[in-house]
Design a protein around this ligand. Structure first.
Ligand SMILES: [Zn+2]
Length: 376
């Protein structure tokens, strides 16, 4: 297997059907990456995550650096061995969590000083440190370290953050390349910033292209701006990035967000929604999300989603899941999460087939007609 090779097999409008070949396996795109925050996709064993159709997982640098620490994971053979997942893993840079979860953060050109949300201990995160942590974890796809500001910030604040992010992207590239053994088998993605401003997005895309990355993320979206504003950016942002490389929309999203983003040329996604929702009683179905705690499901003997091929829908009823979730049984969270992962991966497989067969618009329109975004 090559270090990193992206092949586009078919296109339909702006959408692309591709494959990323890496040493630990192939990633079929458009791809959805389940989130394994603390070296676990919560409530699901790795083999069951794989059975749902996932080719790659996401791990969180911020959480792992604090507990159990990247150094300990490295001593124990790396993240893949530690958690029992032998396929590709993408790690985020830690930047988003450092700037959103931690306390007493202090930003400078060097990086971000912060206090752990666990015990208040002081840490410094910088492009170089982020690259070192992701190398210690043994990540397959490493994300550049960038600076985030709210989309509601002034244009001047956004421009300065984007420009700093591009300087940090260059330092991330140098830091990644200095870990020669790791750099020989892993990939590095840059992150486009620029909030909702087309000119800033273009400047960011050009700066990243000059540095050169294996793939490009559209960053700074899915942070509360709403679907319409997000799609507004996605109407132009993917087209500003190198068309021969994968495009990753970080932190997205709801099923209808994913369908619309695939139509706009996005190849990779990650989101906590299927796993987090599974633990709170929300199930995704082709008719839209449902809350299994709702009394109307108490004696409903049908499956969560009649069209779902997952082992949960093949075995247990809405009534049983309603009971488990209401009773706070651990199995309820496990089964709900497993179904939700299958829902997301089946949606991705359906999108890939629709692109291959040049019927994405019809598929997407049919999906939207049936999918009620208001929870039932
Ligand atoms: Zn199911």
């Amino acid at each position: 297997m090559p270090r990193f090779q992206f092949t586009i097999h078919a296109t339909d409008g702006k959408a692309r059907r591709g494959t990323i070949a890496m040493q630990r396996g192939e990633i079929r795109t458009p791809a959805f990456m389940p989130v394994g925050t603390a070296a676990t996709v919560k409530a699901v064993k790795p083999q069951d995550v794989r059975a749902s159709g996932a080719d790659i997982l996401l791990g969180n640098t911020y959480h792992l650096m604090l507990r159990p620490t990247a150094e300990r994971v490295a001593r124990l053979g790396g993240l893949h061995t530690f958690m029992g997942w032998d396929r590709p893993i993408l790690t985020d840079s830690g930047g988003y969590q450092v700037m959103s979860l931690s306390e007493l953060t202090k930003r400078s050109e060097e990086g971000v000083a912060f206090a752990s949300h666990l015990d208040g201990s002081r840490h410094m995160m910088s492009p170089e440190r982020s690259m070192e942590i992701q190398r210690l974890l043994g990540s397959d796809i490493v994300m550049a370290f960038d600076e985030l500001v709210p989309t509601t910030s002034t244009r001047d604040v956004q421009a300065k953050a984007m420009e700093r992010s591009m300087r940090w992207a260059k330092r991330s590239r140098a830091g990644f390349d200095s870990g020669e053994d790791h750099a020989a088998r892993a990939a590095l993605f840059g992150i486009q910033q620029g909030a909702l401003d087309e000119g800033l997005r273009k400047a960011s895309a050009d700066a990243l292209k000059d540095i050169g990355f294996d793939g490009y993320a559209v960053g700074g979206l899915a942070v509360g701006e709403g679907q319409e504003a997000m799609f507004g950016v996605l109407d132009y942002a993917p087209g500003q990035l190198d068309a021969t490389k994968p495009r990753y929309l970080m932190g997205v999203g709801k099923p209808d967000d994913i369908v619309g983003a695939v139509e706009r040329g996005i190849d990779m996604f990650d989101c906590v929604l299927p796993t987090r929702s599974g633990r709170t009683g929300q199930a995704f179905t082709r008719a839209g999300p449902i809350n299994i705690r709702n009394a109307k499901f108490a004696e409903d003997q049908g499956p969560l989603d009649p069209a779902c091929p997952c082992p949960v829908c093949g075995t247990w009823s809405r009534a049983y899941l309603h009971h488990l979730v209401r009773a706070g049984e651990i199995l309820g969270a496990m089964l709900m999460t497993e179904h939700n992962l299958w829902f997301y991966q089946t949606l991705m497989a359906d999108l890939r087939a629709a692109i291959e067969e040049q019927r994405l618009t019809a598929f997407a329109n049919d999906f939207r007609a049936k999918y009620q975004t208001k929870q039932g």
